[in-house]
Design a protein around this ligand. Structure first.
Ligand code: GLA
Length: 395
């Protein structure tokens, strides 16, 4: 039986009461922050470009209450593990799951804001390491909750920026702003076109009557903190520095065209050139894809998704054999409009835009192929687009 979002939240609330007792029943509150998908625009966020994410019906939940002292007690309900620390000692534990929460507390303190201790049980159904950004969901959820509980007066933009900084400064991943933005600003049945430079954003209705979004999870765990993500960032900065010598207005790859990149190919060298080529093309692709969405040309939108995949595979080089295999399986499938790897890369999911009537056969075919090739039962998730970070009222 498939659990609803309410079932999951209630399950975590039950575990909270088992762990902490029922004395806080009057003050305990429940918050939810979703994982995200991204239709198109990959690795463009930290290049000040455009992205097209949405938040989905897989979320992180915090069941949380304030404490009288300055202790923080975190209970990871899914792992059945506890970690405690004091607000005046934010040293980094060896165990990695508390890094996100401590990073949030650190950002609050860096802003000069005051909170007291708290105790929380958290968990949810965002698959970890699958490219749905469970970490951003965790960060946004906790900061949103503390903002409400301690009246910090932070608006959603601040919650997004501080959550991103927690990841950059405490966790140590130089991620862009897309994941936190999508988790906090998501809207039911809409995708968000975000300009990562100005943070201007626009919602576009995503037509889900005839099509479904299906994620196929390679079960290859990406490790974003592993150097490759940060290396890609440095390669983009290198390209920017070279182009800037010729045009002072190029402050990031957002300001460069594929033609300008091509002109300076030799100076960049093969690797940096291919990175910059992909990014400048991808930024343009998001714009074009949005136009297609507005026109209702979903088949052409799907073609852009494939172009993104092949760029990520061959030029940006952040894919992996399992992702490439899954995308290749869809190429001759009439029920699939588009498919590509999603998120940071090196594992995680492919995102597939599939005709509704063909979705059962599609999943069966993908599972069979993956089983035969990798001896792995491929998880497929049909996702719905839901609202972003919010408080949840449970009965
Ligand atoms: C990860 C990062 C995001 C973004 C994507 C790639 O999810 O956290 O900021 O860069 O990779 O598009």
């Amino acid at each position: 039986m498939l659990l609803t979002e309410t079932d999951i939240a209630e399950g975590i609330q039950d575990k909270y009461f088992l762990k902490f007792g029922t004395a806080t029943r009057e003050v305990v509150r429940v918050f939810r922050s979703p994982g995200r998908i991204n239709l198109i625009g990959e690795h463009t966020d930290y290049n000040n470009g455009f992205v097209l994410p949405a938040s989905v019906d897989k979320a992180v939940y915090f069941v949380i209450a304030p404490r009288e002292d300055d202790q923080v007690i975190l209970y990871a309900a899914d792992l059945d593990q506890t970690y405690s620390f004091s607000l005046d000692d934010l040293s980094k534990p060896e165990k990695s799951w508390p890094h996100y929460q401590i990073g949030i507390v650190e950002q609050i303190q860096k802003k000069g804001l005051k909170i007291g201790g708290f105790q929380a049980a958290f968990g949810g159904n965002v698959p970890v390491g699958a490219g749905l950004s469970s970490s951003a969901a965790l960060e946004c959820c906790l900061l949103f909750a503390l903002n409400e509980i301690y009246g910090l007066n932070l608006d959603r933009f601040s919650i997004v920026r501080m959550s991103q900084k927690a990841e950059n400064e405490y966790v140590g991943v130089q991620c862009g702003i897309m994941d936190q933005f999508a988790s906090a600003f998501g809207k039911e049945e809409s995708v968000i076109r975000l300009d990562c430079r100005s943070l201007e954003y626009e919602y576009f209705p995503f037509p889900m009557n005839d099509y479904l979004i299906v994620l196929c999870d390679t079960l290859v765990k990406h490790s974003l903190a592993s150097s490759e993500y940060n290396t890609r960032r440095q390669e983009c900065e290198k390209a920017t520095a070279i182009l800037q010598q010729y045009d002072a207005k190029v402050l990031s790859l957002r300001d460069a065209s594929p033609a300008l990149v091509k002109q300076h190919k030799d100076e960049m060298g093969d690797v940096v050139y291919r990175r910059a080529k992909f990014i400048t093309e991808e930024i343009q692709r998001v714009q074009d894809a949005c136009d297609l969405l507005v026109q209702g040309s979903l088949p052409d939108f799907g073609k852009k998704m494939y172009a993104t995949h092949f760029g990520l595979q061959n030029e940006y080089e952040v894919s992996c054999p399992e992702l490439d295999f899954l995308v290749a399986q869809t190429l001759d499938d009439d029920s699939v409009l588009g498919a590509r790897m999603m998120g940071g890369g090196f594992g995680g999911c492919t995102i597939n835009l599939v005709k509704k009537e063909g979705v059962d056969a599609f999943e069966a075919k993908m599972k069979e192929a993956y089983l035969e090739k990798y001896k792995i039962d491929l998880p497929c998730y049909r996702v719905k687009i839901t609202d972003g970070t919010e408080e949840v009222a449970l009965a």
